[in-house]
Design a protein around this ligand. Structure first.
Ligand code: 8DG
Ligand code: CA
Ligand code: CA
Length: 574
């Protein structure tokens, strides 16, 4: 009997959000012997903030105000330094809180001439200021980088601070947390035109996030997933290739243009007949059979848990396990609670991909699965990046990051956050970055942002001859959570942190931007057509191991003899 003794079930200890319907104009009165801190008027721009977050922020301020008054009556000597009030007029505000970091978007709601006279910050500024009981310097919370200096200056004016004040935060040398996030360029139409939908490699094609034949792609993807869970890799790859070709096909497939598909690569007779069936019935029988198969359902559920691949999933199935609840009992895991100790991974010298580490990561993934299976909206992905880079600023100044993964390919919701980080100084960056991954994770842990490390690996040099599938950069696969805060529900998120020296930063960004098929084809293209080797840790020439050090993402494509493909057109997976 494979099952371990069942544990009594516990429910998750989420805090619930108390919602509030927008700002109130009610003023709270402090005892008259207390010197009132300067009032900061805060305007929250609703347009780019999720309604739930909006209510949460408004409630945060209102609750804080009443608590502040209560506290000041009980203990007049310890009244907080934060005196905030919401306003419903942007022009009257000292601070504007917004979920966007793009000037263009902000300008749709607030006149630019007004924006330039305000301190424009992210929602995190509000949360952190409330948590810290004081108006925090806005430097690392600047929302719109075009007016970073104005934001800092305006904030200083409102705070009426001298240069020695702890609130001062300018872009001068005293700036604590200098970091940037590289923005993406707009799509270049001429480049897109030179890509070709019937090319053999997906890195020569333009693959949008959602294609004109997306429902067909989704149906074929069921078969691909079926092959994946059964470990039929060759067959799975054929379906992945077929999917990637259809993703780039720019026309809606109909019975009239069906014959044109014969000119596309990787669509053999079997695939064509499946497409034909789909055109007639909106379904593919093989896909529907797989979908209805209980074994497929169990294996698919199992592989959603970090650390369980198709092989382990089949092993667990063979033990008689069928559902995630049964897996929970087998691993003796309580839902919503994970007390696995994984920070010791930071102390081990060698990468800890031991059986023990994998088992731990399965237990964490399983216990937190209700949170980890929730997708992450783009504004939260950005907020996580800003928070992490702000924390990194305390460990090492002058770093920069790119949010890679599906986010960069334009996905509105991501399953996890992938952040590639380097030091901005080309000459000394490589030394500065060494060992930084551990230090950052340690700091994030101490600050309460990271609860677990699922995997941590150190740096190895890019080897021209190594045939490994993945890269050898410093990376940490972590579980991130916003620190305890009564007004915000704690949701565990998966965050991957990847550190690269400046010389290989852009290859790392390309690798981690994906999609998986796009990356696979980059490697194949490099090898088959260019006698080169590409992976996230570098580009090299095979015959003499010459290394390339691209200084931009375009240079990566150029080094490989390719036209630049915009990140949002690299969606070669389903
Ligand atoms: P999502 O499911 O997170 O929303 O989509 P995604 O961002 O495309 O998926 P991902 O699983 O986070 O993978 C992001 C990209 O990173 C993907 O193209 C594959 C690549 N990738 C890994 N693991 C590794 C690794 O260890 N090394 C390298 N170089 N790339 C990796 O997933
Ligand atoms: Ca991702
Ligand atoms: Ca990831």
């Amino acid at each position: 009997m494979p099952f371990k003794r069942p544990l009594s079930s516990h429910t998750s200890d989420d805090e619930s959000i108390s919602s509030h319907d927008g700002p109130s104009s009610k003023r709270h009165i402090l005892p008259c012997n207390i010197k009132e801190e300067k009032l900061l008027l805060v305007y929250i721009l609703q347009a780019k903030i999720h309604p739930e977050t909006m209510s949460e922020l408004a409630a945060l301020v209102e609750n804080y105000k009443s608590e502040r008054v209560n506290k000041s009556h009980q203990e007049p000597s310890v009244v907080s330094k934060l005196n905030i009030e919401l306003t419903s007029h942007a022009e009257k505000a000292d601070v504007i809180v917004t979920g966007t970091n793009m000037r263009r978007r902000l300008e749709r709601h607030i006149d630019w001439s007004i924006a330039k006279t305000k301190a424009i910050v992210t929602p995190l500024w509000l949360r952190d200021s409330v948590t810290s009981d004081r108006p925090l310097p806005c430097g690392s919370y600047v929302a719109i980088h075009d007016i970073e200096d104005e934001t800092s200056r305006n904030y200083d004016i409102v705070q009426d601070t001298s240069s020695s004040s702890p609130f001062r935060f300018s872009s001068g040398p005293e700036k604590e947390t200098s970091w940037q996030t590289e923005p993406d360029e707009p799509i270049d139409a001429t480049e897109v035109k030179s890509l070709s939908h019937n090319a053999k490699y997906s890195c020569l094609r333009s693959s949008p996030l959602v294609c004109p034949n997306q429902t067909l792609v989704n149906e074929i993807d069921i078969i691909r997933r079926g092959r994946n869970v059964e470990g039929e890799e060759r067959s799975m790859l054929s379906y992945s290739r077929a999917i990637s070709v259809i993703k780039a096909y720019p026309h809606v497939i109909t019975e009239r243009n069906f014959q044109d598909l014969r000119e596309l690569p990787f669509l053999g007779e079997k695939l064509l007949s499946m497409i034909e069936e789909f055109l007639k019935t909106d379904r593919i029988t093989d896909a529907q059979k797989i979908l209805a198969d209980p074994r497929f359902q169990s294996l698919s559920a199992f592989i959603t848990i970090h650390g369980i691949g198709p092989h382990s999933a089949r092993r667990l199935y063979d033990l008689g396990l069928r559902t995630l609840e049964e897996l929970e009992r087998y691993y003796e895991v309580r839902p919503g609670v994970s007390d696995e100790e994984t920070m010791s991974l930071l102390d081990t010298e060698v990468s800890a991909n031991t059986e023990d580490a994998v088992e731990k990561s399965i237990k964490i993934g399983l216990a937190l699965r209700h949170d980890l299976s929730q997708t992450i909206p783009r504004d939260e992905v950005e907020e996580i990046n800003r928070t992490i880079m702000r924390e990194l600023g305390h460990v090492q100044k002058g770093c920069k990051s790119v949010i890679a993964g599906g986010y960069r390919r334009g996905k509105p919701q991501s399953n996890d956050v992938d952040i590639v980080i380097t030091h901005a100084d080309w000459h000394i960056g490589s030394q500065k970055v060494k060992g930084l991954c551990r230090k950052l994770v340690q700091r994030l842990y101490e600050q309460g942002f990271v609860t677990h490390v699922m995997h941590l690996s150190g740096f190895h040099k890019h080897k021209a001859l190594r045939t490994h599938h993945w890269d050898s950069l410093e990376k940490a696969l972590t579980v991130f959570v916003w620190p305890h805060n009564l007004s915000r529900r704690r949701v565990y998120r998966r965050v991957d942190l990847i550190f690269a020296a400046p010389e290989v930063f852009w290859t790392a960004v390309v690798g981690w931007t994906g999609s998986t098929m796009f990356q696979r084809d980059l490697r194949l293209w490099a090898k088959q057509k260019k006698g080169m080797k590409f992976d996230s840790s570098g580009i090299s020439r095979r015959h003499d191991s010459k290394l390339y050090h691209p200084s931009t993402e375009r240079d990566v494509f150029k080094a490989l003899g390719l036209v630049y493909v915009h990140p949002t057109l690299r969606n070669a997976d389903a």
